[in-house]
Write a protein that binds this ligand. Structure first.
Ligand SMILES: *Cc1c(COP(=O)(O)O)cnc(C)c1O
Length: 506
């Protein structure tokens, strides 16, 4: 499946440097779709297709000018922001890699759909388009729109979790776990151990450890487990995928105990790409078909449409059980809006319906994941420490190995994000000790195993040239790493401190 030094490429080449590089090796590189390609090697691939380079599968119709402020202004802006990239104004940012949430570029078709908004309070035609898109591409029967992903998490958690219940999942996500806890549940991480090791090359680091799940069922009893909370891909582990074999096995185990499975489908399309690329038997299966098969092993899904689905705002919740849907439909009118808009404008539902169809297109997914990988390979070629394998939506710089001389309580990942901004106006996000907060019992910092700085790539927004600029900036601060000192925290909010904390250089 995976070569020791890289990935086998199925289908047309992604914009991976692997597909550009002439490696001088002669082994066949893949089982390509549409024909016997067993004689094709990296060297002959370009000749066979009459091409070798890759380009973004879109052209630019409207541009948003970027502005790069000078170094003295960046120094002033960063000091004013307390060395916290969350507190920068976006006008002072050159390339914004803070998040891939709601930052995608919509297509001309989506913008055209915005003008077809039917803003009727009830029964908007755009709702029916959205319902049809979710049924067609994800395969679930009943749909409730929500204002964004956490709205859907709130509804499903409140509907199914009772105090004292346990919710097993493949690593937590912040809002998901919080809603499960607010409903009285206890989240239990059952992801495989490999997920916690940034250098482990397991191809499916998002997988659930079946023994951990079986142990939990044996310990607390199936009636205390309302559902398994399965995410594809796993954001906090570095955008790592779940295999089809794993979800099938989880389904089997859950069926034996009558436990439901709900999917956090936020980046499930990127997950489907990795299955096509890496899992035996899926090389010739379209991403859309992989997505639908994966969803068929689950009982429903919640979605932050701001990620995979290519819109700036929106979400949805879809289930197969009509009784559960009745409950959810009753709740949505309290917390979100009527069941045919759930907090979304008609025009936004239309853009989302179109975005769903676009988000499963092979060229799109290949270039999306390929762009992330391209950046990862540039950095890897320069021996810059990142989480491996590169996931679907972001590059995670390993700040512990980047700044080994900065102790963790001097915020190496926060400092790394600050240095990147100073060097080039690029905005990244800390995912380390500042994000982890304090232990409520002892009041000490939590010291997470992973001290990371995340470079998150928005969809269809930046070009390969922007990725070159990002890589070169990371390289520049890496070359100067021994002179870089840590930070001290000068202001610490009580909750979710990473959003608003302030720092000063030591
Ligand atoms: C963003 C995200 C959510 C929450 O969705 P919002 O639209 O931000 O409310 C849930 N799960 C995952 C994996 C996410 O990345």
């Amino acid at each position: 499946m995976i070569e020791p030094d890289g990935f086998i490429i199925h289908g047309a080449p992604v914009n991976s440097r692997e597909s550009l590089r002439l490696r001088g090796r002669d082994e066949p590189c893949s089982t390509f779709q549409g024909g016997d390609m067993s004689n094709i090697t990296p060297r002959t691939m370009g000749q066979q297709f009459g091409r070798r380079s890759w380009a973004e599968p879109w052209k630019i119709k409207m541009v948003e000018p970027l502005r790069m402020i000078g170094r003295p202004d960046r120094e002033r802006a960063l000091a004013e922001a307390g060395y916290n990239t969350f507190l920068l104004r976006s006008d002072d940012v050159y390339i914004d890699l803070l998040t891939d949430s709601g930052t995608s570029a919509m297509s001309d078709r989506q913008w055209a759909g915005m003008l077809l908004g039917d803003e009727a309070y009830a029964g908007s035609r755009n709702f029916y388009h959205l319902e049809e898109a979710v049924q067609t591409y994800y395969g679930y029967r009943y749909l409730t729109p929500t204002h964004q992903g956490r709205g859907a998490e709130h509804l499903i958690s409140r509907a199914l979790i009772k105090p004292g219940m346990y919710i097993p999942g493949n690593m937590y996500f912040t809002t998901t776990r919080l809603h499960q806890e607010l409903a009285g549940g206890v989240f239990v991480d059952v992801i495989i151990n490999e997920a916690h090791d940034p250098t482990n090359m397991h191809p499916f680091k998002g997988n659930i450890d079946l023994n951990k799940l079986a142990d939990l069922i044996a310990r607390v009893g199936a009636d205390k487990i309302p559902y398994v909370s399965l995410a594809g891909t796993v954001n906090m582990a570095g955008g790592q995928p779940v295999s089809m074999a794993n979800v099938r096995a989880v389904r089997e185990l859950c069926d034996r105990h009558g436990i439901r499975i709900f999917l956090d489908a936020t980046r499930m399309i990127e997950n489907a790409f990795f299955i096509q690329e890496r899992e035996e038997g899926y090389a010739a299966t379209p991403i859309a078909a992989i997505l639908k098969e994966f969803c068929s092993y689950t009982d429903g899904a919640w979605m932050s449409a701001k990620k995979d689905n290519l819109v700036n705002i929106g979400g949805w919740l879809a289930v197969n059980d009509s009784e559960l849907f009745d409950t959810l439909r009753n709740m949505v009118v309290i917390y979100e809006g009527l069941h045919t808009y759930g907090g979304m404008a008609g025009r936004d539902m239309e853009a989302l319906a179109i975005g769903i169809a676009e988000s499963v297109e092979e060229d799109h997914v290949r270039s999306r994941v390929g762009q992330v990988r391209y950046l990862g390979e540039l950095l890897t070629d320069w021996d810059i420490p990142i989480v491996q394998p590169v996931g679907g939506h972001a590059i995670f710089l390993d700040a512990k190995r980047f700044y080994p001389h900065i102790p963790q309580d001097q915020f190496p990942a926060q400092r790394l994000a600050a240095e990147l901004y100073l060097d080039s106006g690029i905005r990244a996000m800390e995912r380390g000790i500042a994000s982890a907060g304090r232990d409520p019992e002892t009041g000490d910092h939590r010291y997470p195993a992973l001290e990371l700085t995340r470079l998150t790539i928005p969809r269809r927004v930046y070009t390969q040239a922007h990725m070159d600029v990002v890589a070169e900036s990371v390289k520049a601060i890496y070359d100067a790493r021994t002179q870089t000192r840590g930070l001290k925290m000068t202001y610490e909010p009580q909750y979710l401190r990473f959003f608003q904390a302030r720092f000063e250089p030591l």
